[in-house]
Design a protein around this ligand. Structure first.
Ligand code: GDP
Length: 313
């Protein structure tokens, strides 16, 4: 089926959700049109604020996402959400009913929610997520919220796409602070202690504040001290404080030229993912690698020269 990329991009810019969804699908399946899509989108991007939201399963990420959407919509902002589950084989909305409290926003044309997952495709999410952010940015969403599930390296990578990263924890979740220690601490711009209606919430907030006061390692550039915000996402309590903290962080990024630094970092990740994808397809789609391997195995070629040849044929 022929695809008119220019028309699709125009429709997405005009706010047509079907065109936005179609573009994200094309990006996700690494369509042959990916290059022309990204080229068409590039001049239209750079306006949206990108928020990352991560934390262990069950802390209330999707509840908080829904509450945040409500708060941001109340001030007239259009919101795009990418719910990312690196461990799930489902994508394209299959998990929406579960993951996000969709019914709250299902009829709002200014909210676009999409789940993404590409199990089995090495580097798939690293490739697709920044391009999906571009689609939403070009389509005029003011805030793009990237929600990642689970604890591990993947969400650290994906969240590094964000201007502002929120790390959600909850009291009584023993591994919450552990997770923070395991690396999430370094990426958090704002900590959220959700489920503050539960016992132990104050202690969790105090523990976090103490940890932050000990200082974060490997900080370069100007220093931002992450605030700890207590919320009860289920009742929207504390969400206004959270929105204020997000705004304060954004203002800080702007005054310290950190916003540009983060966006340059994001661009670098994008270029790397695209370059690696090209190299990977060269490995699998041509006979270059098997041919080189035979020569190296036969002693006719050294592996360094073979690797050079693979990169610069
Ligand atoms: P996620 O896995 O991190 O996305 O967590 P969910 O948003 O699906 O929430 C997990 C469970 O915690 C759900 O049953 C929510 O209703 C509940 N929940 C979310 N926020 C709160 C809160 O602030 N207080 C309490 N008591 N429960 C909450």
């Amino acid at each position: 089926m022929p695809i008119d990329v220019t028309a699709l991009v125009e429709q997405a810019r005009a706010g047509q959700p079907l065109a936005v969804a179609r573009l994200i699908s094309l990006v996700e399946e690494a369509s042959p049109h990916l290059r022309s899509i990204v080229t068409a989108l590039a001049p239209l991007t750079g306006r949206a604020r990108v928020l990352g939201l991560t934390g262990p399963p069950g802390v209330g990420k999707s509840t908080a996402t829904s509450a945040l959407i409500t708060a941001l919509r109340a001030r007239g902002q259009r919101i795009g959400v990418l719910a990312i589950d690196p461990s799930s084989p489902f994508s394209g909305g299959a998990l929406l009913g579960d993951r996000i409290r969709m019914h709250d926003h299902a009829t709002d044309p200014d909210v676009f929610i999409r789940s993404m997952a590409t199990r089995g495709q090495l580097g798939g999410l690293a490739l697709a997520t920044p391009q999906a952010v571009r689609v939403l940015d070009a389509a005029g969403y003011d805030v793009i919220l990237i929600e990642t599930v689970g604890v591990g390296q993947s969400e650290v990578d994906i969240v590094s796409l964000a201007d502002t990263t929120l790390v959600l924890l909850a009291p009584g979740l023993g591994d919450g602070i552990q997770a923070a220690k395991a690396g999430i601490l370094e990426i958090a711009d704002i900590f959220v202690v959700n489920k503050s209606d539960r016992p132990g919430a104050d202690q969790t907030a105090r523990d976090l504040t103490h940890m932050i006061s000990l200082g974060r390692k490997e900080i370069t550039g100007p220093r931002w001290r992450p605030p700890v915000i207590s919320t009860i996402a289920a009742t929207h309590t504390g969400i206004d404080d959270l929105v204020s903290a997000i705004d304060t962080h954004h203002a800080w990024l702007t005054t310290h030229a950190e916003l540009d630094a983060r966006r340059t970092h994001r661009a670098a990740a994008e270029i790397e993912a695209l370059a690696l994808a090209t190299l990977r397809s060269r490995l699998t789609e041509t006979n270059t690698l098997p041919n080189l391997a035979e020569q190296v195995a036969a002693g006719d070629l050294d592996p360094y020269t073979a690797a050079d040849h693979l990169i610069n044929p």
